[in-house]
Design a protein around this ligand. Sequence first.
Ligand code: DX5
Ligand code: ZN
Length: 220
Amino acid sequence: MNNVIIAPSVLSADFANLQADIEMLNHSDAEWIHIDVMDGVFVPNISFGFPVLQAIRKHTNKFLDVHLMIQNPDQYVHQFRDAGANQLTVHYEGNIHLDSLISKIKTAGMHVGVALNPATSVSVLSPIIHLLDMVLIMSVNPGFGGQKFIPYAVHKIELTKELIESKHAHAKIQVDGGVTLDNAKELIHVGASILVAGSAVFNSPDPKATITALKNVHNI
Ligand code: DX5
Ligand code: ZN
């Protein structure tokens, strides 16, 4: 059985014809759609917000995996739910009341993930790992698509897997940033089961075929 989930990041989609890209994803092997929300404060880039999320929701039944790179995400939990998010991933960094933020997301009826920037140690998740549906290991500094994979993220995935196993937790591991057909197999091998890919999918000649290739790369 193939348990790998591919979550294409629409940050690299064609915003002037987003509907066409969402329809392509609807017919692809991608189970999830990864949605990067950036506020220009938490990260040095601004992407999009509620109207775009709502527009995507209108055209798909896929699982909408929303990665929040914003300050004060606790203020917007219900708005993201109402706009169609199935899961909210919030960063460890900058969210000092993470326990209550996690509870708020769950109580709102969504899955919850916590993201770690490249320089943040996996051990910070030790007290809360049992509360999470997913851990997002950032393999680039958040803010932009198309960056180069940071190699030491591989070891962080291994450490996350060890932490999950040692605590008998159920969180899945997602990796985001610089994921390509060349490194996907290793990432799955060390413990990632959800691969985010933006430029590797949307800048490829046949995005749908690339999604299928990513999903099956560990069988090759
Ligand atoms: C970066 C975002 C990523 C981005 C990945 O801050 O979180 O989801 O879209 O893009 P690629 O796959 O091109 O590195
Ligand atoms: Zn992301």
